[in-house]
Ligand binder design. Structure first.
Ligand code: IPM
Ligand code: MN
Length: 349
């Protein structure tokens, strides 16, 4: 029996989670697995009603579960960043989910906005460091609102944090066994302290002689992502730069309708989410594509080592998008949220 914590969250989060749970129930039947889901109300409504963001006590619950599924967090009624930091950040930091795993895979040529690129060209995995960098909340304002105002946001990189991200990425490159290449992405030419990344990369890389090491500055990497996405196999990147380039990656693979991420601490409870936001203006309209959340479920099954279920779902996603039955994942596609799921369920059998 697998225990799954579910946080539907804000905006379109509850809609895409409902659809994802339909898929999970079907997988359960087909694969003879048992999942028990426990819902948690965290998000804007709960906060506005009760003043509670994310109580400490819930982390003890989470630690006893096998995984967490998150819909989306963020609501215009709450000051920007408050919910995101407390809930998304809170889970990532408190549970020390130090890897943000973001596969970028083109399932059908028609989905990419880039000319002449095929599914063979766009198939990579980004390993984003998920607990450090610019995201640690260290900094603040001095003389705020005056002409002499100073604002500081510190970028923190620890040897431990960098090394575990780099090591994880080498392992992914080895396990994937595709080009056996790992690209380190940074901005060391402007941020000299990022030398810790390249030094650690070289040292740890010595233990992986079978993996080719490559390097790109983040600005050039963004250009390659569009011009030569086939150059990437696995990439490792710091938190902030990883946040940005994986949105670009999402666009290249066909948009936010498909992009998912796993917030992972290997061997411990991890959290899976679509990388699109809460999209409040689309909430409740039944127009959002649930595939990103369903892809997050796929990552969850994979992380739980439920290989047969994970493969089945991956195959269903690929067949759905290859079938021509779903030609657009955008909110203007005319396809209803539940219809997207119906098509996919047909390919699960
Ligand atoms: C993401 C999101 C978050 C991040 C936000 C909601 C804080 O953009 O998961 O990519 O920046 O990590
Ligand atoms: Mn992001």
């Amino acid at each position: 029996m697998y225990q799954i914590a579910v946080i539907p969250g804000d905006g379109v989060g509850p809609e895409v989670i409902d659809e994802t749970l339909r898929v999970l129930r079907r997988i359960q039947e087909l694969e003879g697995l048992e999942f028990e889901t426990t819902h948690y109300p965290f998000g804007a409504d709960h906060y506005l009603k009760t003043g509670e963001l994310m109580p400490e006590s819930v982390f003890a619950d989470f630690n006893d579960m096998h995984a967490i599924l998150l819909g989306a967090i963020g609501d215009p009624r709450v000051e920007v960043g408050v919910l995101e930091r407390a809930i998304v950040g809170g889970v990532r930091w408190t549970l020390d989910l130090y890897i943000n795993l973001r596969p970028i895979k083109l399932y059908a040529e028609a989905l990419t906005p880039i000319k002449n690129k095929t599914p063979e060209d766009i198939d990579m995995v980004f390993v984003r460091e998920n607990t450090e960098g610019l995201y640690m909340g260290i900094g603040g304002h001095f003389k705020k609102g005056t002409p002499d105002e100073v604002a500081i946001q510190e970028m923190i990189m620890t040897r431990k944090g960098v090394e575990r991200a780099v090591r994880y990425a080498f392992e992914v490159a080895r396990k994937r066994n595709k080009d056996k290449k790992l690209t380190l992405i940074d901005k060391q030419n402007a941020l000299p302290a990022q030398e810790i990344w390249s030094r650690t990369f070289e040292e740890v890389g010595g233990e992986y002689p079978d993996i080719e090491r490559d390097h790109a500055y983040i600005d050039a990497a963004c250009m390659w992502m569009v011009k030569n996405p086939e150059w990437f196999d696995v990439a490792v990147v710091d938190n902030m730069m990883g946040d940005i380039i994986t949105d670009l990656g999402a666009a290249v693979q066909g948009g936010m309708g498909l992009a998912a991420s796993g917030n992972i601490h290997p061997g411990r409870v991890s959290m899976f989410e679509p990388i699109h936001g809460s999209a409040p203006k689309h909430a409740g309209r039944g127009v959002i594509c649930p595939y990103a959340a369903i892809c997050a479920l796929q990552l969850m099954l994979d992380e739980l080592r439920l290989d047969s279920a994970a493969k089945r779902l991956d195959g269903a996603i690929a067949r759905t998008l290859g079938s021509g039955k779903v030609t657009s994942l955008s909110t203007g596609s005319g396809i209803k949220t539940s219809e997207y799921t119906d098509v996919l369920l047909g390919f699960l059998e």
